[in-house]
Design a protein around this ligand. Structure first.
Ligand code: FEO
Length: 170
């Protein structure tokens, strides 16, 4: 069954949000590169790739359902704060916002009784739980570290070990 226009629009808006997330994290990656923290740079590099995968997953899905993908302009990212702690507070806030937007897309699927879309969106609902948890973990560590430079370097080393596992979205 072809995708309904309202559903298609909700996906297209979310594709834009995922690309915006990629852009935001790319900008954050730059901040950490300028702070000479390569582990954080690696963490954001993976985040950037994940966001692109999230966008592409929806892109492919809309086409698979016989819909049209309309790409909207991507906003300029504005990072709140400049310290690692402030930036991670912004990351968590942003992921909570993305969760609320995924839920809104789900609401449209529910309203239209689009069961295929609901099943597809389940992956994103679960992914957001993981996203918020992994960001919350780094944020909690940064809060513990406070102004301790050694602690920050140890965390940077830990984040350098993060690897990108391309998600299988279906
Ligand atoms: Fe695409 Fe970080 O959520």
């Amino acid at each position: 069954m072809a995708i309904e226009k309202k559903m298609e629009h909700a996906f297209n808006e979310q594709i834009n949000k995922e690309y915006f997330s990629e852009y935001l994290y790319l900008d954050m990656k730059t901040r950490f590169a300028l702070m000479n923290l390569p582990g954080f740079v690696n963490w954001f590099d993976i985040q950037v790739q994940e966001e692109r995968a999230h966008a592409e997953g929806m892109y492919n899905y809309v086409l698979e359902r016989g819909g049209n993908v309309e790409l909207f302009a991507i906003d300029k990212p504005e990072i709140k704060g400049s310290t690692p702690l402030e930036i991670f507070k912004h990351v968590l806030e942003h992921e909570q916002y993305v969760t609320s937007r995924i839920n809104a897309v789900y609401d449209v699927a529910e309203e239209l009784k689009d069961r295929a879309a609901m099943l597809f969106l389940n992956w994103y609902v679960k992914e957001q739980v993981e996203e918020e948890a992994s960001v919350g973990d780094v944020l909690a560590k940064l809060e513990l570290i406070g102004d301790d430079k050694q602690g920050l370097l140890a965390l940077d080393k830990e984040l350098a070990a993060r690897v990108f596992n391309p998600p299988i979205i279906k």
